[in-house]
Design a protein around this ligand. Structure first.
Ligand SMILES: Cc1cc2nc3c(=O)[nH]c(=O)nc-3n(C[C@H](O)[C@H](O)[C@H](O)COP(=O)(O)OP(=O)(O)OC[C@H]3O[C@@H](n4cnc5c(N)ncnc54)[C@H](O)[C@@H]3O)c2cc1C
Length: 474
């Protein structure tokens, strides 16, 4: 260990932008075994591992780095998977620059240990060697748990509860398992086979999926409560934020999720009429994406791969103030996206369909209460970006669950997120728990996984506390 002194930080080889633009493969190639061990050996094994502290699931990172450096990969996998149900997913799409790697103590001047890439390598190796097994509980329990939502939060909880022997039923309105992992995040960040492999493991472990099942349409919350001993709500945040400017009703102005879902479905082999008729296909067109977060980056990079004529990202702040991961912005720049920094949309122009987005230049003024400089339009700076398709990627809010679930008694915050007691992850309704984006607002996969694990532990305690005391059972 401590090799950071003479070994430089190296990520797995990055594929050339030209090659990436032509397919849907991931950006980085796999680590070679010797490179993974060498990079893991750069860890300083510091006394207070800030990487672990800043990991939402508290991964024992220094331990699995040390085991990887020693070539003890099966043990490295066991340590890594003890705190995270889906390390191969987090290794690929966690914003490590903001979490573990951004807090590595050798970051200053030496470059952080490439934690995410090693994590991905460990788990990919574990799958190749058959070390990843479905849940096999020591004994079956009679209690059944209903989970609403098959995204990372719901799936992590499902696995943890199944390992305890509960009868786990997951309900999802989509036709596939994975939530945003399957229909939001594109293949070039996370290959769909990785999610399908996990879904199969859960099925093999005894989790029952009820797909195309929308709570609110196919059953109310109270009906599900009557079916199960406990319920977990993990429905994510899907209400797209809109923009109120003239022309917003023109044809070919889309919400980011509609665009990404169509593209992901197409990649999975589905027939998608709105893609087939060109409405949601960027090929040969000028595309303008409005927004600066990870969703916007996924849209611009998807449009590049669909062979758009031009792709412009309109963002009202500058590069350093982008809410998304800077690594993603760099990938997008390399792949040929034009960034119109400090530009805010004023109007969509066109007759019946959009032909352009009129934007105004922005000056960043004094910081507001949140500490961010407030964007101020510069008078007389209007200009127009040609657009055959415009995509709004302005973030997401939770849907109105009390109405949707026919459960007005369910407490939500003023932002619409479900209120929980953070010690128990329980809502105001007895035996109803919640996890992931529906509690936090649009957030991160690793936080949803962490919440799902916490909720599973809380449900186990809740069921245990309700069990008949031994003296009464005799
Ligand atoms: C385009 C995009 C890119 C992203 N990129 C990243 C990234 O790179 N890294 C990262 O860490 N995070 C990323 N995120 C955020 C991340 O995907 C979410 O934080 C995470 O998926 C939340 O998990 P979840 O389980 O709470 O909800 P979701 O993944 O949203 O899953 C919720 C599930 O609930 C189902 N559902 C909803 N309502 C009902 C109902 N009434 N009945 C039945 N089922 C229902 C939905 O169909 C869905 O399957 C991205 C998000 C988007 C939109």
């Amino acid at each position: 260990m401590l090799k950071f002194v003479d070994i430089a930080a190296k990520r797995p080889d990055k594929r050339e932008a030209k090659e990436r633009r032509a397919d849907w493969g991931e950006v980085y190639r796999d680590f070679a075994a010797e490179r993974a061990g060498e990079q893991a050996s750069r860890c300083s094994q510091c006394g207070v591992p800030f990487c672990q502290i800043h990991c939402p699931v508290q991964n024992n990172i220094p331990d699995w780095l040390m085991l990887t450096a020693a070539g003890r990969l099966q043990e490295a996998y066991e340590v890594s998977s003890a705190t995270n149900n889906f390390p191969e997913i987090c290794g690929r799409i966690c914003p490590q620059d903001l979490l573990c790697e951004g807090n590595c103590v050798i970051e200053k001047g030496f470059d952080s240990v490439t934690i995410g890439a090693v994590e991905r390598y460990i788990t990919d190796t574990a799958f190749e060697n058959g070390w990843v097994k479905p849940a096999s509980p020591a004994r079956e329990r009679p209690e059944s748990i209903g989970i609403i939502g098959a995204g990372p939060g719901g799936l992590a909880a499902a696995e943890m509860l199944r390992r305890q022997g509960y009868q786990v039923h997951v309900y999802d309105r989509y036709d596939r398992v994975g939530g945003l992992l399957i229909y939001g995040i594109p293949n070039f960040k996370l290959d769909k086979k990785i999610i399908q492999r996990r879904a199969q493991l859960l099925i093999d472990g005894g989790v029952k999926f009820h797909l195309n099942f929308e709570v609110g349409r196919d059953a109310s919350l109270s009906e599900l409560r009557a079916r199960h001993e406990a319920i977990l709500i993990a429905t994510g945040a899907y209400k797209s934020r809109d923009i109120k400017v003239p022309g917003v009703g023109l044809k070919n102005i889309h919400m980011a999720m509609d665009y990404l879902t169509a593209s992901n479905r197409k990649g999975l082999g589905d027939t998608v009429p709105r893609f087939e008729d060109g409405g949601l296909n960027a090929e040969g067109k000028n595309i303008v994406v409005i927004g600066g977060g990870d969703t916007a980056m996924d849209c611009v990079r998807t449009a590049i791969r669909q062979n758009a004529k031009s792709v412009t990202c309109l963002y009202r702040r500058d590069r350093v103030n982008m809410p998304g991961s800077l690594q993603e912005v760099t990938h997008a720049e390399e792949e040929g996206v034009n960034f119109a920094w400090l530009s805010a949309p004023e109007a969509f122009v066109g007759d019946s369909a959009v032909e352009g987005v009129r934007a105004v230049h922005i000056h960043l003024g004094v910081a507001d209460a949140s500490g961010r400089q407030s964007p101020q339009p510069i008078a007389g700076s209007s200009h127009t970006h040609a657009a055959d398709i415009a995509i709004k990627a302005l973030g997401f809010d939770p849907e109105d669950l009390p109405t949707l679930f026919d459960a007005p008694e369910l407490d939500v915050t003023r932002w619409g997120t479900v209120k929980v007691d953070w010690n128990s992850m329980m809502t105001n309704l007895d035996g109803v728990f919640a996890a992931g984006d529906i509690v936090r607002g649009a957030s991160l996969v690793v936080l949803a996984i962490g919440d799902g694990r916490d909720a599973a532990a809380a449900i186990h305690r809740y069921i245990g506390a309700r069990a008949v005391p031994l003296e009464e059972a005799i």
